[in-house]
Ligand binder design. Structure first.
Ligand code: HEM
Ligand SMILES: *[C@@H]1O[C@H](CO)[C@@H](O)[C@H](O)[C@H]1NC(C)=O
Ligand SMILES: *[C@@H]1O[C@H](CO)[C@@H](O)[C@H](O)[C@H]1NC(C)=O
Length: 473
């Protein structure tokens, strides 16, 4: 008993004080400064600070905070994707969501995952996936039409779009429609439940023993994670046993399994399960938020709403979407880029140094956690000018890649370097298909009950939902 107490005391001492302050002293010695952390919450409350480079504490974990594109360029110029580490505190908490997927592995394992998966996202495969998106989106729009007909024109578009993007993501990731019957809808519910469970306890990431501040949630997430794995394993097994390999399925799972065969370059069943979960969780909420914020901005700026609708009509008339022509939706692409700038669905990304990294006369010590504040660079007037907070999609007209940002590392909606988002072209396609369908059938205006309050920590979302007034055209 005494031994156990002593062990507990020592663990507490080390995880809350000795390890963190050693890492902090090392950073400080190397010239980095930051606000004094309070125990045990760290600087979670001060994270929206205005400085571009400082140390802050997420609970008992020191992070080097970076929102300076030039520092970021220098820091990452000599480091390839496989040489970055993953932040340990996040890794442990997110296991039920990402399993052994690509966002959880490092070094040569990461190279192998990325190598097997990249071909699945090739333009020809993506084109084949486009048709899978039409049905779930059309179902949602039919439901809207029914709601409007029954005298309820106010629709919480965020909630609707999030559900539909979940369905689209489940279909494109592992060919599973929630209408497929019981196993499909069960898997879908569990995936959403695990996300809710982890999201609600995320606020304490980095705080020592935070897992045990909400033990019920932690255990619940673990249990759900296991059940999801079982369901995915049965899908994979079924495909392995009754599939001759001659006609690969068009979803990401099928394409990954088809990549089997190259020596040393394949994924185990556990890894496939991890990737399926990773695609689902990285894909559906981010794209849903991009679409939701877009509808809000188009409701606020009717001129842009009309311009996009005209562009769609010119391309497709009143007929069906021609997937070959999606690349011609040029204005729609500017709007997406401007939305990703203003309301980045992935407002930050993290790295861990795996070696000492020299930046001018500073050294980032091996093991340092680095927090890259993407959204704050997107709102930096020194990079974008005085109209930084205005919705101006045409800034991408003259500068398609960087929107006129003064620094090439100042606009990073999909991250940077070798670890840049693998799903960005898939997102672009989903966005265009779904938004085209919405604009051809409905128009959108603000609802008086909308309260603007983007809340952000791990994604940037409308805190009170996004009710809009929807009208049939
Ligand atoms: C608007 C939509 C999306 C946004 C804003 C977004 C943003 C990001 C960001 C910022 C990163 C981190 C990159 C870095 O650290 O440098 C990332 C990574 C990743 N994203 Fe996305 N993403 C989106 C959609 C998707 C979709 C649809 C998928 C998959 C089907 C996806 C799969 C991934 C994966 C697997 C990674 C990890 C890549 C790696 O570690 O090598 N994302 N994404
Ligand atoms: C960085 O630290 C890790 C863990 O302490 C160690 O295994 C690794 O060898 C170090 N890397 C370098 C380049 O020193
Ligand atoms: C996305 O598409 C562009 C243009 O077709 C291509 O250059 C790029 O490599 C693609 N990116 C990914 C991650 O597949």
């Amino acid at each position: 008993m005494l031994g156990f107490l002593l062990y507990l005391l020592l663990t507490l001492l080390f995880s809350c004080w000795i390890f963190p302050s050693r890492a902090y002293r090392k950073l400080k010695k190397n010239g980095f400064v930051g606000p004094i952390p309070s125990f045990p919450m760290g600087n979670i409350r001060e994270m929206t600070n205005n400085r571009k480079l400082f140390i802050y504490w997420l609970g008992a974990e020191p992070f080097l905070y970076v929102a300076d594109p030039e520092f970021l360029r220098k820091m990452s110029s000599g480091v390839v994707g496989k040489s970055w580490g993953i932040v340990k505190v996040f890794k442990n908490n997110r296991e039920p969501m990402f399993g052994s997927g690509m966002v959880m592995v490092e070094g040569d394992d990461w190279v192998r995952h990325r190598h097997v998966i990249t071909p699945a996202f090739s333009p020809s495969h993506l084109k084949a996936m486009a048709s899978l998106m039409v049905e779930p989106a059309t179902n949602m729009l039919d439901k809207w039409a029914t709601l409007i007909n029954s005298g309820k024109p106010e629709i919480d578009v965020e909630r609707e779009i999030t559900t539909t993007m979940g369905e689209i993501t489940a279909v494109t990731s592992f060919g599973l429609s929630y209408r497929d019957g019981s196993s499909g809808s069960r898997l879908f519910e569990k995936l959403q439940a695990v996300q809710d469970t982890l999201f609600n306890s995320n606020r304490y990431e980095g705080v020592p023993f935070s897992k045990w501040m909400c033990p019920k949630k932690t255990l619940e997430a673990k249990r759900l994670g296991k059940e999801i794995d079982q369901l995915l394993i049965s899908i994979i097994d079924a495909r392995k046993s009754c599939w001759d390999g001659s006609s690969p399925r068009n979803d990401l799972l099928g394409l990954m399994m088809n990549g089997d065969g190259q020596a040393g370059m394949s994924l185990s069943t556990t890894e496939l399960v991890g990737e399926c979960k990773t695609f689902f969780f990285s894909g559906y909420e981010t794209t849903a938020l991009a679409l939701s914020w877009t509808l809000l901005l188009l409701a606020m700026y009717p001129d842009w709403q009309n311009q996009l609708r005209d562009e769609v009509r010119q391309l497709f008339g009143d007929g069906q979407i021609n997937f070959e022509k999606l690349t011609d939706l040029i204005k729609m692409e500017w709007v997406l880029k401007e939305v990703l700038r203003l309301y980045s669905p992935a407002p930050n990304t993290q790295r861990q140094a795996r070696e000492d990294i020299k930046v001018d006369d500073l050294v980032i010590p091996n093991g340092t956690n680095i927090w890259i504040d993407i959204v704050s660079m997107h709102h930096d007037p020194t990079l974008w000018g005085d109209d930084v907070n205005d919705f101006r999609p045409d800034r991408f007209k003259d500068d398609n890649l960087y929107g006129g940002c003064k620094h090439k590392m100042g606009y990073l909606p999909f991250g940077f370097g070798g670890k840049m988002c693998i799903g960005r072209n898939l997102t672009l396609m989903e966005y265009k298909v779904v938004l085209t369908l919405m604009l051809t059938r409905f128009s959108f205006s603000l609802s008086p009950s909308y309260r603007h309050s983007p809340a952000f920590m791990f994604s940037l979302r409308p805190k009170y939902g996004l009710p809009l007034l929807v009208e049939r055209l």
